[in-house]
Design a protein around this ligand. Structure first.
Ligand code: GLA
Length: 378
C-alpha cells in the first residue's frame, strides 16, 4: 500500500514498514543550494518491524548488530548514542514533539542498503522508522512533512548537514519513475524512467564516506561564503539557485575556487532540466552525455570525486552500450551510476569489476537498479 494512503490510518499494535535507498541519476550538491535533483529510489531498502510496549522509550535491535539498544523518551545529548541509533532517536524525539510517536515501542531493523555507500542508507532508516512510529501512534503526516522531519533528525541528532533529496525520494518516489525535486519549494514531478532498452547499473567502490565528514561540510561552508559575496553585489540572489552564468562571468565577483564551486551548481541545475527532457524523449544518448558532464563537473569544479570513482567512470564509458556514468550522492567514495543498454549490463559488470580489481586489488559490488516505489507499510 503506498505511503500516502496508509500513513496515519488508525493505530495498530504492530507494523512493518519499508523505505528505499536511492541512486541519484543527476543533480548532486544542488539540494542544499535550493536547486534541482533527479534521483530514483532503488530496490534496496530498510524494513522496520515495530510493536507497542507499555514502558516508555524505544528498544531497538538491528540484524546487523545483535545487541538491543535503549533510546529514552527524554531529550539527552545524542552524541553519546551509538552512531546508527542517532537517526532513530532523532526521528523519535521529533515525532514525540508533535505527538506522532508512541511513548514506548520495540523496533527491529533490517536493511540491505549498504551504509556509507552513497545510496542514502540513513534516509531509508529515518523514513522507515518515522512511518512505523507514526503508524503505531495512529497519526498522519504527509510524506513531504515526514521527509522534512527526517532530514531535521539527521541534521540535529546525527550531526550530518545533509540536504533534503534523500529523505524526499525515499518517502515520495514512484516505481518506474525518477523524482524531479525542486529543493526550493519541494515541488515534485514523477518522470517516467524508461530510456529505450537501457537502464541503470550501480558500482560500489567500497570507499566509505561519511556525509558528516569534513569534505561535505566544507563544501557547504564554501557555498555560504560564495552566497554572502554574491548577495552583497546583487541582492536578488537569495540562494545559489538564483546565480546565472553572467553573474559568474563578472570580473571579481568571486575568488577562483568559489567561482568553480558555484559554477558546478549553476550548470548542474541546468543539466537536471535537460535530463528530464531526455527521459521524456527516451533519449539515452543525451542523458548519458549529461551524466558524464555532471561527473566532470563534480570532479573538477566541485572537488568531491576520488581516484576510485574517476577510474570506474573512465573504464565504464569506454565500453560498448554505455551511454554515460557518474559518481552519485555526496562523493569522496561511494558509488558510480551508469546508464547502459539492457543487453550489455552483464558484460559491463564483469568487465568493470575485473578492471577495478586489477587497478585497486579490491572486489567491486554492482547492482542493476530497478526504479522503485517510496516508503510503504507492508
Ligand atoms: C548526500 C546528502 C544529500 C545531497 C547529496 C549530494 O546524499 O544527504 O542531501 O546533498 O549528498 O547531492
Amino acid at each position: 500500500m503506498p505511503f500516502s494512503e496508509v500513513n496515519g490510518s488508525s493505530a495498530s499494535a504492530t507494523v512493518t514498514t519499508r523505505a528505499p535507498g536511492r541512486v541519484n541519476v543527476i543533480g548532486d550538491h544542488t539540494d542544499y543550494a535550493d536547486g534541482l535533483v533527479l534521483p530514483v529510489a532503488i530496490q534496496l531498502e530498510t524494513r522496520v518491524t515495530a510493536r507497542l510496549v507499555p514502558t516508555a522509550g524505544l528498544r531497538v535491535t538491528s540484524t546487523a548488530m545483535d545487541e538491543e539498544r535503549f533510546l529514552p523518551p527524554d531529550r539527552i545529548d545524542a552524541s553519546g548514542l551509538a552512531g546508527w541509533t542517532r537517526y532513530i532517536y532523532g526521528v523519535y524525539q521529533l515525532l514525540l514533539e508533535v505527538s506522532a510517536a508512541p511513548r514506548g515501542a520495540k523496533l527491529r531493523i533490517e536493511s540491505d542498503v549498504p551504509p556509507g555507500a552513497g545510496l542514502a542508507s540513513s534516509a531509508a532508516l529515518e523514513v522507515a522508522t518515522a512511518l512505523a512510529l507514526c503508524s503505531l501512534s495512529g497519526r498522519s503526516l504527509p510524506p513531504v512533512e515526514l521527509a522534512l522531519l527526517c532530514r531535521r533528525a539527521e541534521n540535529e541528532f546525527a550531526g550530518s548537514p545533509c540536504g533534503i533529496m534523500d529523505q524526499m525520494v525515499s518517502a515520495c518516489a514512484r516505481a518506474g519513475h525518477a523524482l524531479l525535486i525542486d529543493c526550493r519549494d519541494l515541488q515534485m514531478e514523477h518522470v517516467p524512467f524508461r530510456p529505450r532498452r537501457a537502464g541503470l547499473v550501480v558500482f560500489d567502490t567500497g570507499v566509505r564516506h561519511s556525509i558528516a565528514g569534513a569534505g561535505y561540510a566544507s563544501r557547504r561552508c564554501e557555498c555560504e561564503e560564495a552566497l554572502t559575496l554574491l548577495r552583497a553585489r546583487s541582492p536578488r540572489i537569495r540562494s545559489l539557485r538564483d546565480v546565472t552564468e553572467s553573474d559568474l562571468a563578472e570580473a571579481g565577483a568571486l575568488p577562483e575556487l568559489l567561482r568553480q564551486r558555484v559554477r558546478h551548481i549553476v550548470r548542474e541545475n541546468d543539466r537536471v532540466l535537460k535530463a528530464r527532457t531526455c527521459l521524456e524523449n527516451g533519449d539515452a544518448t543525451g542523458m548519458g552525455r549529461l551524466m558524464l558532464a555532471s561527473h566532470e563537473s563534480l570532479r573538477d569544479d566541485y572537488g568531491v570525486s576520488c581516484a576510485e570513482l574517476d577510474a570506474l567512470v573512465d573504464v565504464a564509458v569506454r565500453l560498448p552500450g554505455v551511454y554515460g556514468a557518474r559518481m552519485t550522492g555526496g562523493g569522496f567514495g561511494g558509488c558510480v551510476v551508469c546508464l547502459v543498454d539492457d543487453d550489455r549490463k552483464d558484460a559491463l559488470r564483469t568487465h568493470v569489476a575485473e578492471a577495478y580489481d586489477r587497478q585497486f586489488g579490491r572486489p567491486l559490488r554492482s547492482l542493476a537498479v530497478t526504479p522503485s516505489g517510496g516508503a510503504s507499510i507492508l
